[in-house]
Structures are given as C-alpha cells and as structure tokens.
Ligand binder design. Structure first.
Ligand code: FAD
Length: 359
C-alpha cells in the first residue's frame, strides 16, 4: 500500500492486488521505530498514526522483578519532525493506509494473485497472468507480498526458503495503565518480555521465547503463556494475572532467510519482507518496507529507465536493510543464549542510531 501511495503521487498509474479476499491483517500490535515514523511522515500518514496510535521516546529496560534498570534512547534528528518511536494496532495502520489507497482512487483487486510473469525485453513490459484468469501488461511489477512471496518464487525459483530462527513470539493486547508512558523491555529472564503502548488506552505485551518450532492450537495457548511468565514480577505479573482463557493470544514462530542481491529481475522488483524478511527484535521490518516504497518512487521519478531505477534502488537499500535483518538476528541470538541484557540492548542502541541517519 505504501508503494501504491508513493507511486500514484508521481502520476504513475497503479493497480494493487492482494491475495486476501477480505484484505485483512491479524489483530496484533506493532512497534514502530523512529525511522519508520519518519517514513510515515513522508508518506503523509504520521499525524494519523500519532492520533490513532502512540508516539513517544525511549525504551525502559527493567529486571525480571519489574525494577527499572536503564533507558535505551530512541534518537531521531529534530529536522525529521517525528517522535523517537511508537506503536499501533496492525488493523488500525492497515485502515489508515487503505483509506489513502481508496482516496487516491487506486484500483484494488482482492482475492487474486499473479501466477505467471513473462517479460518481453523488446517491448519493455511484463505480462502478468492472475489466478482469476485475468491478464495485464505492466511497465513494472512490484512484489510486496511478504515473507512467502509468490513473486519471489516466480523470478527466483531457487531462492532460499524461510527458516525458523529458534524463537516464537506471543502477543496479547491489554489495558495501558496511566503511568505507562513508553516502551518497556524486561530482560534477564527465560524469555524476552516487553510492551509497547498502541493507543491512549491500550498496549500490547510480547514475549519472545526460545523453543522448538511448534504449531500451537489456540486452546493450548493460555496455560503455556501464563507458565512462561510465572517468574516475572511488577507490571508483567499484573498483566499475567489478568489473562484468562478467553484472552486473544497471537503466537507466531519467527522465520527469516537471506536473499542475495539483486532483489529484482528485469522489470519485476521485490520490496519489504519479500526481499529482506526480518525478525522483530529491532521493530523495523515494517519501517524498511515503507522506506523501500519511498526510495523506489524517488528512483522512478528520475529521468532514467525502469531497470536503471531498480539498480539505483538496490544501491540505496541493500546495506540498510541488511543492517536491520542482521542486527535483529544477532539480538535474537543473544536472547537465545541468555547474554547479559547490556549486551542485547547495546546492539539495539547501535542499530537505532544508524537507522536515524537519512535514507
Ligand atoms: C511476530 C512478528 C512481530 C513483528 N513485529 C514487528 C514490529 O513490532 N515492528 C516492525 O516494524 N516489524 C515487525 N515485524 C516485521 C513486520 O511485520 C514485517 O517486516 C512487515 O509486515 C513487512 O511488510 P510487507 O508489506 O513487506 O509484508 P506483509 O506485511 O507480510 O504484507 C504482505 C501483503 O501481501 C499480501 N500477499 C501475500 N501473498 C500474496 C500473493 N501471493 N499475492 C498477492 N498478495 C499477497 C498479504 O495479504 C499482505 O497484504 C514483525 C514480524 C513478526 C513475524
């Protein structure tokens, strides 16, 4: 959707296709890094995110008992005009973006996907065949279809497949007490626990657990979740004690893999998780996806060819996206080996400072 908005602003005719017939997103919260907020500002949705979500500064690091230990800064240059970090419910963000798509009059075709792409170098076009039998001819096809991208399979059939990292993440939505003014991490225990406000009245709690890859049925989640948080005190214990078998718990294994560059073939390009799927430790996967959309539009706005724009896109994006993916994997590794909390947050701090640099 970000790419659609950014390209349409250039006067490019955009068509958006999503395989989900109901165009939904699952009901969990998302933490937003400062660089993501800057990208939202450029996309024109920062004020909506500020109004309907949460924006603020810093991460408070606490012990397993809930005692505050230190703060991790979330710096953003003043000229960016945004807060240092934030949070929002995914469906709310989806609604903000989809409203922009509709306002811009971008046609959206739901419940369909592309099953064949044929590039015709003589014509500088891509012919697409869709699952519903429709066909279309395009100057550029952008695969923003996530970690299991079909577009990636079509252009890079031998690309590596997503692999489990050894961690799974639990998330619940809960009330936000008045005194919770920022993100929190609770480190040094058997799992990584944290929360992020997502509105004036709500926040989400996440737990990253080292575990064998498991498919857990919804009925099994409650007991396992409460057990996982058994040793925690303070605010985490307060939240744990209010969880009931009816609480909606989102459980997700973390996967990633490294797709070697280039992330495009001819006039078919991959952006977001389709090109560089990341684990959530830096809370920047969504941000680099939105940045991809903005940079792609900037490069296409220049006076060159589409392939030249895609080469330039890769030159600007590769190192930055790798920084997010590699740092996230490294933090996840440190969490899994039970490294000292200072060592874990040092990687977070270094990467966030780097991400605050202009894109
Ligand atoms: C547990 C977990 C927690 C996370 N937490 C955070 C966080 O706090 N902060 C953060 O920034 N990032 C977080 N991330 C990462 C973030 O969710 C992703 O990096 C981000 O969603 C990538 O956006 P995307 O648009 O590339 O892909 P997606 O968000 O996966 O969107 C892909 C879209 O393509 C559609 N689609 C899929 N397949 C097809 C197809 N074949 N044809 C057509 N359409 C298709 C889907 O319906 C969807 O609309 C987290 C990831 C995980 C796994």
């Amino acid at each position: 959707m970000s790419a659609g908005i950014a390209l349409e602003r250039l006067g490019i005719e955009v068509e958006l296709v999503d395989i989900d017939p109901r165009w939904r997103v699952y009901g969990a919260g998302i933490t937003i890094a400062g660089a993501t907020l800057r990208a939202f500002k450029e996309l024109g949705i920062y004020e909506d995110v500020e109004r309907l979500g949460y924006v603020g500064h810093g991460i408070r690091v606490c012990s397993v008992a809930g005692e505050p230990l230190w703060e991790v800064p979330t710096p953003m240059p003043a000229e960016a005009g945004v807060a240092g970090c934030g949070g929002i419910m995914r469906p709310v963000l989806h609604q903000i973006l989809s409203a922009r798509i509709m306002d811009a009059g971008i046609p959206v075709r739901l419940g369909t996907s592309v099953i064949n792409l044929r590039q015709d170098p003589a014509r500088d076009t891509v012919d697409a065949l869709f699952t519903d039998g429709a066909t279309g001819r395009y100057d550029l096809v952008v695969g923003a279809d996530g970690i299991y991208s079909w577009t990636r399979r079509l252009i890079f059939p031998d690309a590596p497949r997503p692999e489990y990292t050894g961690q799974s993440v639990w998330r619940i939505l809960t009330d936000r007490p008045d005194h919770v003014d920022r993100r929190h991490y609770f480190l040094g225990g058997p799992a990584k626990v944290g929360f992020t406000p997502v509105s004036d009245s709500q926040m989400y709690l996440f737990v990253a657990e080292r575990t064998a890859r498991e498919i857990r049925e919804p009925g099994e989640l409650y007991e396992a979740f409460v057990k996982l948080l058994a040793g925690y005190g303070g605010m985490v214990a307060d939240i744990r004690d209010k969880v009931t078998p009816e609480t909606e718990i989102v459980f997700r294994p973390l996967e990633t893999f490294h797709l070697p560059a280039p992330w495009h073939a001819g006039r078919v390009a991959l952006i977001g998780d389709a090109a560089h799927p990341t684990t959530p430790q830096l809370a920047s996967g969504a941000g680099i996806a939105v940045e991809d959309a903005l940079v792609l539009a900037e490069e296409l706005a220049r006076d060159g060819t589409v392939p030249a724009a895609l080469d330039a896109f890769l030159r600007r994006r590769e190192a930055r996206c790798r920084l997010v993916v590699d740092s996230s994997i490294e933090i996840g590794r440190l969490e899994q080996v039970g490294a000292p909390p200072e060592q874990q947050t040092a990687v977070v701090e270094r990467a966030l400072a780097k991400l605050a640099e202009p894109i």
